[in-house]
Design a binder for this molecule. Structure first.
Ligand SMILES: Nc1ncnc2c1ncn2[C@@H]1O[C@H](COP(=O)(O)OP(=O)(O)O)[C@@H](O)[C@H]1O
Ligand SMILES: [Mg+2]
Length: 228
């Protein structure tokens, strides 16, 4: 097993059979000890966060599999906090795709002149560049094409997948009276670029969810969804 990447919340290993192994750590993103799914730094370490993130990820990726939505998922080992996945090639050095149902976080910070906090957004899709140094700048469909990161045809696939998967997560949460405000995904190419699939994770650390108007912490979210 060869370590290929050390991330903020996961380590990535190459397996001998060509697949990748993602090891979920107890580190979560945030600043000064406060969790923030949009942050680019490890803000705190919470015991059990890795396994909880993996349990939610497994839960959602298996639902997506049943629905025939393409992802990198192969299987998960909760005890070891690892997930086996198909290796993917990311776009450029990596993009994040956000699906927004309510105006919070960076959307509100950027567009606060025109948007009100909590305003409904109809599965609004935004792409940002994974670039910690430049605080993950948003990028338009035209710029993605021009800079050679993603063709217009691929963008359409990406946007559709994002809204489809976002709606799957949103309706799963709704079954527990939890409202999804926004969620962040990563995608990559597999099979020599022939297919675009969802990669990475779907955990509390990648979304903002609210119950009775109260923000639900990542560890709590896992309990409510997987155990509840
Ligand atoms: N199937 C995959 N193939 C290749 N890379 C992947 C795959 N799934 C996830 N990754 C990458 O593995 C890394 C996971 O570690 P993470 O701690 O989340 O990293 P980051 O600090 O970049 O967010 C991410 O960079 C993500 O893009
Ligand atoms: Mg990550």
């Amino acid at each position: 097993m060869k370590l290929v990447y050390t991330g903020k919340t996961k380590d990535v290993y190459a397996l001998e059979d060509g697949n990748y192994l993602l090891k979920f750590k107890d580190d979560v993103t945030g600043e000064n000890g406060v969790f923030d799914p949009g942050a680019n730094t490890v803000g705190l370490t919470l015991e059990g966060a890795g396994k909880a993130g993996l349990r939610l990820t497994k839960y959602f990726f298996e639902i997506l599999k049943e629905k025939g939505i393409p992802t990198h998922y192969i299987d998960a080992d909760i005890d070891n906090a690892t997930m086996t996945v198909k290796p993917a090639t990311v776009f450029g050095k990596g993009l994040e795709v956000i699906c927004r149902y309510r105006a919070v976080g960076s959307f509100l910070r950027r567009y606060g002149m025109y948007a009100e906090e909590g305003q409904a957004l109809d599965a609004f899709v935004e792409v940002t560049i994974k670039d910690d140094e430049r605080q993950d700048p948003p990028i338009s469909e035209d710029a993605l094409d021009m800079l050679g990161l993603l063709s217009s045809a691929e963008y359409k696939v990406l946007k559709e997948l994002t809204q489809t998967i976002g709606d799957v997560v949103k309706s799963e949460l709704a079954k527990k009276d939890i409202e999804l405000y926004d969620i962040k995904f990563e995608f990559g190419r597999v099979d020599d670029g022939a297919q675009i699939v969802l990669i990475d994770e779907i955990s509390g650390g990648n979304m903002r969810a609210y119950k009775n108007g109260q923000y639900v912490e990542p560890l709590q979210l896992e309990k409510l969804i997987v155990e509840g």
